[in-house]
Design a protein around this ligand. Sequence first.
Ligand code: SAH
Ligand code: F3S
Length: 482
Amino acid sequence: MEKIIDEKKQGEALLLNKSDKNKRKLFIESYGCQMNFSDSEVVASIMASEGFNTTNKLEEADLVLVNTCSIRDKAEQTVRKRLEKYNAVKQSHNKNMKVGVLGCMAERLKDKFLEEEKIVDLVVGPDAYKDLPNLIKEVDAGRDAVNVILSRDETYADVSPVRLQSNGVSAFVTITRGCDNMCTFCVVPFTRGRERSRDPQSIIEEIDDLVTKNFKEITLLGQNVDSYLWYGGGLKKDFEKASDMQKATATDFAKLLDMVAIKYPKLRLRFTTSNPQDMTMAVIDVMSKHSNICKYIHLPIQSGSDRILKEMNRQHTREQYMELITNIKKRMPECAISQDIIVGFPTETEQDHKDTLSMMEFVQYEYGFMFAYSERPGTMAARKMEDDVPQEIKKRRLSEIIDLQQKHSGERLEKFIGQTVEILIEKESKRSKEQWSGRTTQNAVAVFPKENYKVGDFVNVKIDSCTSATLIGHAVDYSENN
Ligand code: SAH
Ligand code: F3S
């Protein structure tokens, strides 16, 4: 895809002198996955060197950037509504306000966005953020600007992210970008391109910086973290052809995780997302070996039916997934597991749905993220299969899945009552100014009276009761982690 510069807005050109430039305000907001939130921090950093300071007031923005999600139709509709809101604010507050669309919708719709949404001046795909300074110059000169070129090697390893709306305690560090898996329902391989891994040295440097700034918890982030592989750059398939020596010196995800856990023994480590077909026993071993790696795995299943898994092009069977769960529980009985499930994938029968429910019974997931199938243009499922499960059936199946998950989540939380768990304090509880809120290693939220503790402390908390989603307890003492 070539870069497109549209001249049609030449007439309303707004040329800024340098001093104006240094005062400009950027309002940036993100929708969708954690990767988008993390990317926005990269974008804020790139824009800061162009003289843009971030603001959290839309009304005072000179430039609005919205980082968008295409995963389901609803996600796209949410963004379209936001564009209407920006338009209203532009009319009422600042006629010169510019609006840019980033992320997956930008990549999917490309220059069509400029036709469909008059408010949009700038369209930038997930691999083109380093081109923002040039694109902004075009916009300043009154021209629309689009760059949606996907890259084979861009990882933004050399950009130091500006932490937006951070609690100062937990941060995301991106380790891979893109996805090569081609699940038939998923738009991500089209919007985020080929899988590529980031240089471990730059990952360590970013974590070093976060540790210096007193961050206490890092989540290593990727669409598919288990396929992380660094042997000097390039694509994974090139590696498969490469020499044994390269293989021997390569860093895979288990090695990376081990390295980070050893280097930062006081840092809590998390990672997401794991793909069942790529998760190795080596990763599970590393997790069980280090107490600073949180005992929580997000392990999407999507469906419990072998036939549907095959139609989805998930590269594992129901049995293989169950075996993986058994191995995880054997090594780490306390490990929490969460799921993503899609109901109503084309051709899904009542029996397929029952297979999903029985898989949930088998695993007893701590949490879940559950969705009705939403056909995405261009995906293999959209091209080859009819979206044939009626809306009402999708709805009913979704509510059955959600009900069962709620039951399991409640039961899993109740098991903590009477136990003492280590909580990392993240923020004040939303419900009470007198309480702190934080998470256990299993990612369960807990609240307890503040006493003299502060944000960023690791505290041993005895759990007295729970609601459907939150543990309630009281501090018993400082943990040795402090
Ligand atoms: N590997 C990625 C997955 C991103 S998509 C990650 O980092 O988590 C997140 C979830 O959205 C998927 O696991 C799937 O359950 C759901 N999803 C993806 N495409 C969908 C679609 N077309 N309709 C409904 N749900 C979808
Ligand atoms: Fe999407 Fe499957 Fe990759 S869900 S992000 S294609 S692992």
